[in-house]
Design a protein around this ligand. Structure first.
Ligand SMILES: C[S@@+](CC[C@H](N)C(=O)[O-])C[C@H]1O[C@@H](n2cnc3c(N)ncnc32)[C@H](O)[C@@H]1O
Length: 225
């Protein structure tokens, strides 16, 4: 990636980390941190998944526990979120998770083609004001960058509670030659949205949205063969 990207995330750090979180961050991050010298996992592994913007890691932890044969790369630049995830990461899962703690787009750029068999982008920052839309992560450029790293047939799950972002996501994915829509709403009208599929673990952002009465759109796309 040659040009500096406009950040799609807000702050990298909020409040001071609690002692236990700081300790988890200091002790565990080096064990799972990605260096760009080699792929995070052997590309011959059958199932390597990707979660972009995992926040506090609720969904990533649930997927690790429900899928013991899967390896997962998590990308999250928000240090408090990374520390929270590491605090709850059980030791037996260390070998199955790798973290990239900067903008995922720099990591994707260095990732080999056809590497991931599934990807999640759950509740990307909505940047709701029109003047902020240029900061949104899901654009045609991002989707073609992500697509290169996905295997044929790989599933891509995206969720959002912002109707104008849902519209943008649907437009970007429906005009991408690489993906087909397989599940979830095809319109930005919240009245056409239904509840979270049972096998999708919940996230903190989602719980907050639902508690404020905001419906959420859960969409699944598949990389074409
Ligand atoms: C609204 S939060 C949602 C967090 C979590 N997925 C959830 O649902 O609770 C969006 C997250 O995406 C992260 N993010 C934004 N841009 C990103 C990027 N370019 N690469 C990786 N993560 C990013 C932010 O730091 C933030 O933690």
């Amino acid at each position: 990636m040659k040009n500096r990207l406009l950040p799609s995330f807000g702050r990298r750090k909020a409040r001071k980390l609690r002692m236990a979180s700081q300790h988890a961050y200091d002790e565990k991050l080096s064990l799972v941190n990605i260096s760009l010298d080699s792929p995070p996992f052997d590309p011959l592994e059958k199932d390597i998944w990707l979660e972009i913007g995992f926040g506090g890691g609720e969904h990533l932890l649930a997927q690790l526990s429900q899928n013991p044969d899967v390896r997962i790369v998590g990308c999250e630049p928000f240090i408090n979120g990374v520390a929270k995830f590491l605090l709850h990461l059980p030791e037996e899962s260390f070998s199955r998770v790798r973290l990239w703690t900067q903008d995922s787009r720099y990591f994707l750029d260095k990732t080999t083609s056809s590497y991931f068999s599934r990807a999640f982008v759950l509740f990307p920052d909505p940047w709701p004001k029109a003047r902020q839309h240029k900061r949104r992560l899901i654009t045609s450029d991002f989707i073609s960058q992500l697509s290169r790293t996905l295997k044929e047939g790989a599933l891509l799950r995206i969720a959002s509670d912002d109707p104008s972002y849902v519209k943008q996501i649907q437009e970007v994915l429906s005009t991408s030659p690489a993906f087909q829509h397989v599940d979830g709403p095809a319109t930005p009208d919240p009245f056409t949205w239904s509840s979270r599929p049972e096998e999708w673990p919940s996230t903190r952002y989602e719980q907050k949205a639902l508690s404020q009465g905001n419906p959420c759109a859960y969409m699944t796309f598949q990389k074409k063969n």
